[in-house]
Design a protein around this ligand. Structure first.
Ligand code: CU
Length: 123
């Protein structure tokens, strides 16, 4: 319904030609897109390693178990706030194999600096 999907071309890392489209919060994944549920809590993401195959599109459905966090993927120009009680969807399509780090971008306490993970793209 009037969904506006912005495509962010991300060629920041030369080895990783990756496209990310932020899914509007109202739009669910389409049939062929795999959904990966991700939780954020002090001071970790679960799963901390998100695996996908090159060329595959996944929709991350991120929820907080406690307080406000952030989901930032600098290489993909993604920085979403993760509000308690809401599902934040981030659509990721990875064209090439590689490792893409992500971390919490909202200070959430003494373990905030360790709140991080990786998207691992298999060939
Ligand atoms: Cu946090």
């Amino acid at each position: 319904m009037g969904g506006r999907t912005s495509i962010l071309g991300a060629s920041f890392a030369a080895a990783l030609a990756v496209l990310v489209a932020r899914a509007p919060s109202a739009s669910a994944a389409s049939a062929q897109e795999r959904i990966v549920a991700v939780t954020a809590e002090r001071f970790k993401f679960t799963p901390a390693v998100i695996e996908l195959r090159a060329g595959e599109t996944v929709v991350l459905e991120i929820t907080s178990l406690d307080r406000k966090h952030g989901f930032q993927v600098p290489d993909l120009n993604v920085d979403e706030s993760i509000e308690p009680g809401k599902v934040t969807r981030v659509r990721v399509t990875a064209a090439k194999a590689g490792t893409i780090p992500f971390h919490c971008s909202v200070f959430c306490g003494s373990g905030h600096e360790e709140m991080a993970g990786e998207i691992v793209v298999r060939p």
